[in-house]
Structure formats: structure tokens, C-alpha cells
Design a binder for this molecule. Structure first.
Ligand code: HEM
Length: 459
């Protein structure tokens, strides 16, 4: 294992020696590759088998480094809530996202993170959110109308990916982005694809090389646009225009570099997570027609005619849809594991964990613990009634993380999900071929291996 110090403006640390973790149960698999291939092949099963063998704290060797899995709600609370400020997100996510999304909000720590989160939060207040809803609503209504005009079999996942990308172009960048839209979205897609690429060096011909090139293009685009957006005044209704006018606590505008880094990260954070969660949600509704009917009943009860816009109040009146979406994210959390690095020595469940240790919490595991979720593989939105939720540990269900880094786009995600549900179920029914069970790859982001074959029919 590398002993070199990893420096950051905020913290530096020296990863612990390999033998300093040997008091923690676990096994590290093959030399060099460790457990990486086993985990890639079956991330859920592998963690469940290791937990059954070693318990909720165990040692492993992934991506070239000894690391610890800390499992279950208590571990989620310790690491994500991080009251004692002992876990670095910068040095947890940095190895995965640092090259493509340096200084994205999730890659900042502690006081610096707090300052930037505060500056960004203006873009998520109710005024701007209403503008994003209007953009989402128009885009979703138009796409659902296209699907309705050509019913029959379709691959849902790529269609959802395209829709989320198109929606991001208008709600994040503005309706008047112009002829560059295709080039910019292509550059962005390359960046996102590279963030989960297996080969981490930008060697010619690799996804990482395309990602790095995409980043250059995106940086150039945002840098050129910032003065234009600022000159237009503060009325811009898209997220980018909001950030161009966002300020720090002392009133200073964010720097060009900050806006570039935050915009790239926000688009990445929104894109695959929404594609994944909305695909698993629609897959669940297709497999459970009785729930699909219930949600359609909820949509019909809104009393909104097909051509009418969706309002905030409409979304508020869709609690069953929200519960079903939550249940879909329980079964397939879009961020199935969350990395951090300890910056101090600490003890958890009696185990001494030295500073510099890579640790991971695992929403995918927590969401399937049978002692918390009886019959865990069953789709049952009733697990999310207010009463059922009150009886559970508050860190048992963590698709959006928790604590200081809790997803900033959570309300945006619910808004897109419910707006989509409204148009989709008002116009279409979705079904699966008899006998077909979609096969999902669960890591790094849940995704149906065959694209999710569904059949759409007009209501
Ligand atoms: C269903 C959709 C989504 C899921 C499941 C999701 C999940 C998450 C999770 C688990 C984290 C925390 C990671 C950590 O603690 O290391 C996170 C952070 C974040 N998410 Fe989301 N996300 C979703 C959608 C979005 C959207 C739509 C946006 C933007 C519009 C967004 C923006 C962010 C940002 C900025 C952070 C970093 C927050 C911080 O570090 O303070 N996410 N998300």
C-alpha cells in the first residue's frame, strides 16, 4: 500500500500501514486486486456474505487499498452524521471523482464545505425551484406525449437517460442554450461515463481520456457563459444563472472556477442518480400493476387536465407516489456505497480504527437488513407510511446520505420523480412481458443490464 502523504488544502494524512488493521476481522483476497473483482461481480451478495462471516465491521482490499466496511444504521449515523468531524469526504471520494469533478461540493470538507454549500443553497430555494419545475413539466409532458404516440415495446433505461439529460439541459442550463446543446451534453456524458471507468488513467482511447477532454470543453463553455449570464441580470430562471449570481457570506460572487466546478458536479450528481431511480421505480410499477393502479388513482384525483401544468400543490398531493419512489430507492439505492477516510484515530464497536483509513458505508446493505425490513426483497411502499418510518432508526434508509453532505438536490429529485409520475401514469400504462425479470447490475450505480424492456400502452 502507498505510504505517501495525500495533501489537500484542508487536511493531509498518511494512510495507515497495512498491518495496522489486522486486528479487524476480514480477508483481503488476492494480492494487488484484493476483493475488487468479487465485489464488481456481485456487490450485494459479496457484502452480505462477508457480513455474515465477520460481522458489521470488516476489513477488505478494494481498488488497491485496505479498507473497512462499516455496516448498518449505527455505522451510517457515525460516518454520515459525523458529529465529531472525523471523516473526510474529500479523501474518500477523491480517488473516484477527483480527476473529473475536483472541488465539487461533495469533495469539499468541513468549514470550506459549509461555506460553499451555503452559497449554492440559494439555487435550491422555492423561487428557483418553481422555475425548474416549469422547465421539467414542459419537457416531461412533451416526451410522454411522444411515447404515447408510438406505444409498444421500448427499452426504458436509455429513454430515461436521454430524458434526464434533456431536462438537465433546460432546467440547469436554460431554454436558450442554443446550437451548442448537443456538443455540451456529449462532453458532459463523456465526463460522467469516465467517473465510473475501470481504467483510471487518461490513456489514449479510454473513457477516462474522453472524460478529461469533455471536462476541458465544459470548462471552456461555462467560462465563456458566466460573464454573459451575469450581464443579463439576476432574472435567469435556470440553475446556472442562479449560480452566476450566488454570493459568499461576505457578498462576493463565486469565482468562475467555483461555478465551473459546482456546475459540473451538480450535473453529474443529478444525472445517473435520477436515471437509475426513475428506471427502478418504473420497473417496480410495471412488475406491480396493483401499485401502478393506486398511483394512477392518486394522479387522477389531482383533477388536472392533460394539457395543464403541474404545480407544487399537485406534487404535495401525491404522498403514495412519494412512498413508492422511496421504496424503489430502498431496493436499488442510486448511490449504493459511500466512501470516507478517517482523519483521526477512533473506536467503533470496540475496534480501534487509525487515522487515514478508507471506510465505506453501504446503503444497499442497510436497505436489505431483514431485521429492519421484513421480507426485504418485496416491493412494499407501505414501509414508508409516517407511522412505519417513526419506528425505524433514522439512518436505516439513506439513499440521499445524511448529515453535512446530505444530498442538496433531494427536493429536486422528488420534484422530477413526482412530475414524471403525474404525466406518465396519466397517459400510459407500463407492463413487463410475462416471465421476464430484469437483471440489474448494482454497482457503481444500479442499472438494468439489458436496458429494461417494458411495454407502454395509452391509458
Ligand atoms: C434520486 C436522486 C438522487 C440520489 C439518490 C442522490 C444521492 C446523493 C447522496 C447519497 C449524496 C451524499 C453522498 C455523500 O455523503 O458522500 C448526494 C450528494 C449530493 N447530491 Fe444528490 N442524489 C440525487 C439527486 C441529486 C440531484 C437531482 C442533484 C442536483 C440537482 C444532486 C446534488 C447533490 C449534491 C450537490 C451533493 C453534494 C452535497 C454535499 O456534499 O454537501 N443530487 N446525493
Amino acid at each position: 500500500m502507498s505510504m505517501q502523504s495525500v495533501a489537500s488544502p484542508a487536511i493531509s494524512f498518511t494512510p495507515p500501514k497495512r498491518n495496522s488493521l489486522t486486528h479487524i476481522p476480514g480477508d483481503e483476497g488476492w494480492p494487488l486486486i484484493g476483493k475488487t473483482l468479487e465485489i464488481l461481480a456481485d456487490p450485494k451478495g459479496q457484502v452480505e456474505r462477508q457480513a455474515a462471516r465477520y460481522g458489521l465491521v470488516y476489513r477488505s482490499h478494494i481498488f488497491g487499498e485496505t479498507s473497512l466496511s462499516l455496516l448498518g444504521p449505527e455505522a451510517n449515523e457515525l460516518v454520515l452524521f459525523d458529529q465529531a468531524k472525523q471523516f473526510s469526504s474529500t479523501h474518500g471520494w477523491g480517488r473516484i471523482l477527483g480527476l473529473l469533478f475536483p472541488r465539487g461540493l461533495m469533495l469539499l470538507d468541513f468549514e470550506e464545505h459549509r461555506l460553499h454549500r451555503r452559497a449554492l443553497s440559494v439555487a435550491f430555494k422555492s423561487g428557483p425551484m418553481k422555475s425548474y419545475l416549469a422547465a421539467l413539466d414542459t419537457g416531461i409532458a412533451a416526451r410522454v406525449a411522444q411515447w404515447k404516440a408510438r406505444p409498444g415495446p421500448m427499452l426504458f433505461y436509455p429513454a430515461m437517460k436521454q430524458l434526464t439529460l434533456d431536462l438537465a439541459a433546460t432546467s440547469f442550463l436554460g431554454a436558450d442554450i442554443g446550437p451548442e446543446v448537443d456538443e455540451i451534453t456529449r462532453a458532459f456524458v463523456d465526463m460522467v461515463a469516465a467517473s465510473v471507468a475501470v481504467i483510471r488513467k487518461p490513456l489514449p482511447g479510454t473513457a477516462m481520456a474522453r472524460g478529461v477532454r469533455g471536462r476541458k470543453r465544459i470548462v471552456a463553455y461555462f467560462s465563456e457563459q458566466i460573464p454573459i449570464r451575469r450581464a443579463k441580470g439576476s432574472g435567469g430562471e435556470d440553475l446556472f444563472s442562479q449560480l452566476c449570481h450566488a454570493t459568499h457570506e461576505d457578498g462576493a460572487l463565486l469565482s468562475t472556477q467555483d461555478i465551473v466546478d459546482h456546475m459540473s458536479f451538480l450535473m453529474m450528481a443529478a444525472h445517473d442518480t435520477l436515471t437509475s431511480s426513475l428506471s427502478s421505480f418504473v420497473g417496480a410499477l410495471a412488475a406491480h400493476p396493483q401499485w401502478q393502479d393506486k398511483l394512477r388513482g392518486e394522479v387522477t384525483a389531482l383533477g388536472v387536465a392533460t394539457g395543464e401544468a403541474t404545480t407544487f400543490d399537485n406534487l404535495e398531493a401525491m404522498p403514495l407516489s412519494e412512498m413508492a419512489f422511496k421504496e424503489a430507492m430502498r431496493l436499488k439505492p442510486p448511490v449504493p456505497s459511500i466512501p470516507r477516510r478517517t482523519i483521526r484515530d477512533l473506536t467503533f464497536k470496540g475496534y480501534a480504527i487509525p487515522a487515514g483509513t478508507m471506510v465505506g458505508v453501504n446503503p444497499l446493505f442497510s436497505h436489505h437488513m431483514p431485521e429492519i425490513w421484513p421480507d426485504p426483497e418485496r416491493f412494499d411502499p407501505m414501509r414508508f407510511t409516517d407511522e412505519a418510518q417513526r419506528g425505524r432508526h433514522r439512518f436505516a434508509w439513506v439513499p440521499f446520505g445524511g448529515g453535512a453532505h446530505m444530498c442538496l438536490g433531494l427536493h429536486f429529485a422528488y420534484m422530477q420523480a413526482k412530475c414524471f409520475t403525474r404525466h406518465f401514469l396519466q397517459n400510459l400504462t407500463v407492463s413487463l412481458e410475462p416471465g421476464y425479470t430484469p437483471d440489474w447490475q448494482m454497482w457503481p450505480i444500479p442499472k438494468p443490464r439489458d436496458g429494461l424492456r417494458v411495454t407502454l400502452s395509452p391509458v
